[in-house]
Design a protein around this ligand. Structure first.
Ligand code: ADP
Length: 216
């Protein structure tokens, strides 16, 4: 079972830590602020007050036992960089760090972060897409040009099966799953029919996805 350490438990970090703990994983939460630690103590395995830029205190918490470190120190870029460097040097296998901007991300990658997340930017993208088109429910960027999108079935699709809809040829997108209420069909067949209120999970090039976004 994977062991997680979350460093910097602000709004984003505490949400990551609590969710991992809720999923049944061991989570050590570290924050410099004692009040933050008291607030999160009941929602994680261990919560420790420590300054993540002080190597000796972080080392004493046994970093090499952790599979994943999530560095979610937000506004203090210098502290986020130091903390990332320290956990990487102390042997944590996989380090995920939250970045404020592209420059911050570049530095984090250079010092060995394995993955960078931009929660505010990504949520901004999602909200904007959803505002432009209420049928675009969610979007996950896979690569700069490709995304996975959850989209409410268009009226014109209702009652047709996937073969007749022929989305690959018409729009250049692939249907990965069809959600109907709480049910989800994760291997849709050509004969499966799209019903009213279905949600399609589709994958494609952003240009092709935008064509559908503008249609709805
Ligand atoms: P968010 O926007 O997700 O709320 P914040 O930047 O407000 O992010 O919160 C970051 C958290 O990181 C705060 O709880 C703060 O106490 C903590 N933090 C800041 N610097 C350090 C540090 N050097 N060591 C440990 N925790 C830190």
């Amino acid at each position: 079972m994977k062991q997680f350490v979350v460093i910097g438990c602000g709004r984003f970090g505490s949400s990551v830590a609590k969710t991992l703990y809720g999923l049944g994983f061991d989570v050590l939460a570290i924050d410099a602020n004692e009040d933050v630690i008291q607030g999160i103590a009941d929602s994680v395995t261990h919560a420790v007050q420590a300054d993540a830029t002080e190597e000796a205190s972080i080392k004493s918490l046994g970093m090499s036992n952790f599979d994943v470190a999530v560095i979610t120190i937000g506004s203090n870029i210098q502290a986020s960089i130091m903390a990332t460097l320290i956990v990487k040097e102390l042997g944590v296998k996989h380090v995920v760090a939250k970045a404020q901007n592209e420059q911050h991300a570049k530095v984090l990658y250079k010092i060995g972060a394995d993955r960078i997340v931009f929660p505010e930017r990504d949520m901004g993208v999602r909200v904007a897409h959803n505002l432009v088109s209420s049928n675009f429910l969610d979007i996950i960027e896979l690569a700069p040009d490709y995304s996975i999108v959850e989209i409410s079935a268009l009226k014109e699709w209702e009652g047709q099966n996937l073969r007749d809809l022929n989305m690959r040829a018409k729009y250049g997108i692939n249907v990965m799953a069809i959600k109907h209420g709480v049910e989800i069909n994760i291997s849709p067949r050509a004969t499966d029919i799209v019903k009213k209120d279905d949600v399609l999970v589709v994958i494609g090039h952003n240009d092709d996805l935008q064509k559908i976004e503008k249609k709805v």
